[in-house]
Each structure stands twice: as C-alpha cells, then as structure tokens.
Design a protein around this ligand. Structure first.
Ligand code: AHR
Length: 508
C-alpha cells in the first residue's frame, strides 16, 4: 500500500502547549498507595515514594498531573489530608467503595510532583462540597503567609506556597455516578461562584470548567452551552473526557475510534464559539482534554473486587499492541487540534489504566515497576511533539468499519521544533496486513537529514508487556531515505503493518 503527504512550513495548526502531555493520578485503587507510595519497598525514598516509579514518570516527561480525582474528588474533604499523619481520618470512599487512609494529601503529593519533575493540576470538590472549601484550599496552597489557611500550611512544615496554577472546578458533574452530581444549571451557578472566590483569593490561577463526561451523555452539547452561559466570564478551559474499548474484538473499528475523538473536539470547540458569539465576547475558552485513554480490559475483574479495603487492585488494564496504536492515534488527534486543546491528561499514570505499573510486593519480594505498551507512544509524543504543529496534505486510502466511514489507513501529524531545527513525523499505519510505503515532500523547512525512524509494532496485536518481559517496545528501523533537491526534500519510509512510527529529521 502507498501513501503520500505534502508538508510545508506554513501548514501550521498552532503551537503544541507543553501541557498537552499531562497525566492524572487519582486516589483510586493502587495509584497512590502501592503505586507512587510504598514505604518499606527497597526503592522507597525518605518520604516513602518509589524512586523507580519516579524515574519512569520522568522518562515520560509529564509537565502536569491532575490530582486527586476523578470521581474520588466529589466526596473528598481536602482537610482530611493535611496535618499530623497520625491524626488523619480513615474514611469510607464512596466513588470506588474503598477505604481512604488520607496518608497522602496535597502537601505530600506536591512534594512527589517536585521529585517527579512535574506540576499539580488540582481538582476541587464541587459535589459534596462547594465554593467555601474551594477558596480555602486555594488560600492554603497559594497564599504566602499571614492568613488562617496559609499559616496552617506553614505550621504543617510547608513554608513556601505551592503556587498551583491550574484548577479544575469539580469532575464529571453531569454523571449520575458522581457523588452529588448536578444539573447543568445547578453546576453552572456553583462553578461560577466557586470560580469567582477562587480567583479573588489568587487572581493568577486558571480554571477548567466541567464539560460532559463523554460525548454519548444524553445532555451532551446542551450541558456545555448552559454551563458556559453561567461561567463564561471565569472559565479558561472547558473539559472533555473520552475512553475507548474493543470488547467486540473488532480491531479495524477500534483503530478508527480516534475519528470520534476528533469529532468530539470539533463539536465542543463549536459550542465555545457559539457562546462566544452569543455573548459578543472577544475571549477564547480553550479545551482541557483532562481524561483520555483506552479503558475496558479490567471492567469484568473490577466487579469481583472486595469493597472497603485500602488500595484494592482496581481498574488495572493490561495494555496490548493494538491499544498502543489507538493511544498513538489519540495523541495524533490531540496534536492536530493543538489550536484549541491546550491541556490534556492521559488517564491515568500509575497502576490505574496506566502506562506505568508496579508489581504487588509479597512475602519479602519487592515488586518491580514496568512499562506498558502505551508508555511508548506517549513517551515519543512528549519527547518530540513540542513545537509548531503542521497538518500535512495527506493522500491515503481509506476504509469503512462498523461504526466509522472513511478511516484513513495513514493517521499522521508533524511537529516542527524551530528551536532545535527538528521535524518529527508521527504516523500510524492502520492497515493490519500490509506495509505502507510513505512518500513525503517537505517544503521550506531548511536542509534536513534523517535522525532516526522509531517504530513500535508486533505481529501479535494482543501482545502485552509484564514485569517479567517487554514484548512490545520500540526499535529503530533502517531503510528510510531522504533526498534534498533544490527547495524540496523527499522522504521515503516503509511503515510496517499495524505500527506506530516516529520519523525524526534534523538540521543537515
Ligand atoms: O479515570 C477513571 C475515572 O473515569 C475517573 O475517576 C472519572 O472522572 C472517569 O469517569
């Protein structure tokens, strides 16, 4: 199979915001306890954080981590997680039917974030709580000193404010599964009042307003419009969430799902534009895709898990080669929409639908930390996807699947890092049987040379990694050719069937 692309320096979508490569840690399952935090493990540091997990998070180069939920946050009293460890309450956690010991709270997590070279994106509880608790945590975290909450923080040994810049006004507030969910009108009013007092406490913060939990919600679109009507003045971003699965084992259809993500982004951007026009506003509300991933492998297993325990092994999907391809297509989709999507969080980061897993430690044996298949496309996009996004003119054959029409066999986007003089072409070959001979003509990008062609593929689409073995990991392919002739550069590369590829070019 053949595919062609024309790329020009002027085919710009926009700058990829560094926060596009964010992730998410919720007090859920073994994400925190037995994930990032495991005192007693040989890899634990002075605070009980696992150094081997931190090393893998640093490998992913994650600029922000959304915390502490997720569904968890809608029943969370943030004050339970501050102050002397021995005095913190153990609570029934109603979102996931677990016990929450509150050993880790905002101060410990902020310290973990520093060690992992990332920043916090903090979600406040607008389910069981409201504007008062929200403005208090802003004061606790961001006010330097001389007020009740800031001095309480200092008395807890944290002299300098955390200066958290990005805050989510609740989580999935339209969902009937949410602890104290709301109608759009109720949420819009509460979010607007919370936003007002949070920004009065610290005018430098940015706020994410909840959009629908997903595009299939019955209230989708009208929810966004009504919430934005109420919050327009205070909102900087509107959230989107999406999870994909392949329970019917229909891989061509599964690989087409990123088209649905693209349509979702375009619809929500359209709603923002509609409210902007309606309000005769000059302001732009951007999008925060703060939960996205593949999620379905663990759904059956989760129904069998015992309730009311600390850190049960919930939502532990083990990812396959085909999941990595879908994640790759989703990363490409986020980049293609970089003009509107400024924040995105792969949900989640450790153990819970995560690129990083930790093995259970048992009877004297210390568990290992390991990389899932989806670790690699994310790592590549985070490492090489920063710069100006270019959307090439693509000529690729297409197919129809059960739910999607005109799915291009080639899914691709390019990022031009002007500072480094590098170009990265990200490409998924969705053809399960045939290799793709890709021909790219590049214009006005200066003299270039081939750095490398990285490829993730495995003939077995159900191949997965484990603590014992990495069956799916990237390799460098030889065979790509680059020819400079006059103002034009011609690149030729062969993309194996069902593969994720990064073709990196640098200054000649
Ligand atoms: O990421 C897992 C869960 O998915 C989150 O808690 C919730 O926001 C979403 O439904």
């Amino acid at each position: 199979m053949k595919a062609k692309m024309i790329l020009h320096r002027e085919f710009t979508v926009g700058q990829s915001d560094r926060r596009l490569f964010g992730s998410f840690i919720e007090h859920l399952g073994r994400a925190v306890y037995n994930g990032i935090y495991e005192p007693g493990h040989p890899e634990a540091d002075d605070m009980g954080f696992r150094k081997d997990v931190i090393k893998l998070v640093r490998e992913l180069n994650v600029p922000i981590v959304r915390y502490p939920g997720g569904n968890f946050v809608s029943g969370y009293n943030w004050e339970d997680g501050i102050g002397p460890a021995g005095k913190r309450p153990v609570r029934q956690e109603l979102a996931w039917m677990s016990l929450e010991p509150n050993t880790i709270g905002v101060n410990e997590f902020a310290e973990w974030a520093k060690r992992a070279n990332t920043e916090l994106m903090y979600a406040v509880n607008l389910g069981s709580r409201g504007p008062d608790a929200a403005r208090n945590i802003v004061e606790y975290c961001n006010f330097p000193k001389g007020s009740y909450w800031s001095d309480l923080r200092r008395s807890h040994g944290v002299e300098n404010p955390h200066n958290i810049k990005l805050w989510c006004l609740g989580n999935e507030m339209d969902g009937p599964w949410q602890i104290c969910g709301h109608t759009a009108g109720e949420y819009g009013r509460i979010a607007a009042e919370a936003a007002k007092v949070m920004k009065w406490s610290d005018p430098s913060i940015e706020l994410v307003v909840c959009g629908s939990s997903n595009a299939r919600m019955p209230t989708f679109a009208s929810w966004e419009a009504e919430v934005l009507e109420h919050t327009w003045e205070h909102a900087d971003y509107l959230s989107l969430h999406i999870y994909f699965g392949n329970p019917e084992n229909d891989t061509p259809n599964f690989l087409g799902r990123s088209l649905e993500m693209d349509a979702f982004i375009k619809s929500v951007a359209g709603i923002c534009d509609y409210i902007k026009a309606k309000k005769h506003s000059k302001k732009q509300v951007y999008l925060s895709f703060d939960e996205w991933n593949v999620w379905y492998h663990s759904l059956g297993q989760d129904r069998k898990i015992e309730k009311w325990t600390v850190a049960p092994p919930l939502v532990e999907d083990i990812y396959t080669m085909e999941d990595a391809l879908v994640v790759g297509c989703m990363l490409i989709t986020l980049l293609k929409n970089a003009d509107r999507v400024k924040v995105a969080c792969l949900a989640q980061l450790v153990n819970v639908i995560a690129p990083i897993m930790t093995e259970h430690s048992s009877s004297g044996k210390a568990g290992k930390a390991w990389r899932q298949t989806i670790f690699y496309p994310f790592m590549h996009a985070s490492a090489f996807g920063r710069g100006t996004v270019l959307n090439g003119k693509v000529n690729s054959e297409k197919y129809d699947s059960k739910e999607y029409c005109d799915v291009p066999y080639l899914e691709t986007v390019t990022v031009h890092n002007e500072e480094k003089g590098e170009v990265a072409i990200f490409a998924v070959n969705r053809n399960l049987k045939e290799a793709m001979d890709l021909e790219v003509d590049l214009y006005d990008l200066g003299g270039l040379k081939l750095i490398e062609h990285l490829c993730l593929n495995n003939a077995d689409l159900k191949a997965a990694n484990s603590a014992a073995e990495e069956k799916v990991k990237p390799a460098a392919l030889s065979g790509a050719r680059l020819e400079n002739s006059g103002g034009k550069i011609r690149l030729e590369a062969r993309l194996p069937p069902a593969s994720w590829n990064v073709i990196r070019l640098g200054k000649a």
